[in-house]
Design a protein around this ligand. Structure first.
Ligand SMILES: C[S@@+](CC[C@H](N)C(=O)[O-])C[C@H]1O[C@@H](n2cnc3c(N)ncnc32)[C@H](O)[C@@H]1O
Length: 246
């Protein structure tokens, strides 16, 4: 099980907003003022902090984890950040021009409920962004060779892309676009990744077995001492949906 307190404490050590992901969202924002944006599963508030530089946005965040919320509120003290999740969204219907979910879908246990609730809080023509990882992209994560259970654990959490699109569409969120974000990386296996693993900064470390975790840490340590490299394609998938006029 994920230890939410420990996860929140270490979350920001190696993570921040991703400029490319933020730019995709910005490209869909009209230049008009007062665009209402909800960061759904805002975590420690890195994206909210970035978007707060733009004064045409009215920003909101929700997350179910008090530990994440505490960090997000300290970072973004003038933003309306509330406790909530897909079953309990504390906002009125037809409120938002944009809702985005970055790296959250794998935590949701009922995507029908999620999309039907998001459909309600979006305005007509409102846009939903879902940043996720396809199974093919998960298969290319370089740590799979150290943590043998990681790929299967992640596949059981991340929905197939086509399933997600189908469920969203059945809840009247129409698929506008899919953007594949991929980057070829070749580097010495970074010592910082060992810290990420030791601190369980990625939630899957809580979900693999203790044996696989310990074994992976020891393999990783050896590989770093031997100055091994890893070469891989880092990939994510942005799905963009629109609430059609009703
Ligand atoms: C990997 S973090 C991503 C945080 C943030 N979006 C970011 O990109 O930095 C996943 C977040 O989803 C939140 N979460 C888990 N279950 C959720 C749910 N049912 N509804 C909304 N958020 C949820 C977690 O508390 C956590 O903060």
């Amino acid at each position: 099980m994920i230890n939410h307190k420990r996860w929140a404490i270490h979350y920001d050590e190696d993570r921040n907003y991703d400029p490319l992901t933020a730019q995709i969202i910005l490209n869909y924002c009209s230049p008009s003022n007062n665009i209402k944006i909800l960061d759904f599963g805002c975590g420690t508030g890195n994206y909210l902090k970035f978007f707060s530089k733009f004064n045409q946005f009215e920003l909101f965040g929700i997350d179910p984890s008090e530990d994440m919320l505490e960090i997000a509120r300290a970072k973004c003290n003038d933003i309306n950040i509330q406790k909530g999740d897909h079953a309990n969204i504390p906002f009125e219907d037809n409120t938002f021009d944009i809702v985005y979910m970055i790296d959250v879908i794998q935590h949701i246990n009922n995507n029908h409920m999620l999309f039907s609730q998001i459909h309600k809080i979006l305005k007509n023509n409102g846009i939903l962004f879902v940043l996720t990882i396809s199974h093919d992209q998960l298969n290319k994560r370089p740590w799979n060779k150290f943590f043998k259970e990681a790929f299967n654990v992640q596949c059981s959490r991340f929905p197939h892309i086509n399933n997600l699109i189908q469920i969203a569409q059945s809840n009247k969120l129409y698929h506008e676009n899919t953007i594949i974000i991929e980057e070829q990386r070749t580097e010495f296996i970074p010592r910082s990744f060992l810290n990420i693993a030791k601190n369980k900064e990625y939630s899957f470390f809580y979900l693999i077995s203790e044996e696989d975790y310990r074994n992976g840490i020891s393999l990783l340590q050896k590989a770093i001492e031997q100055k091994q490299t890893w070469e891989y394609i880092h990939g994510e998938t942005m799905l963009i949906f629109k609430k059609a006029m009703t």
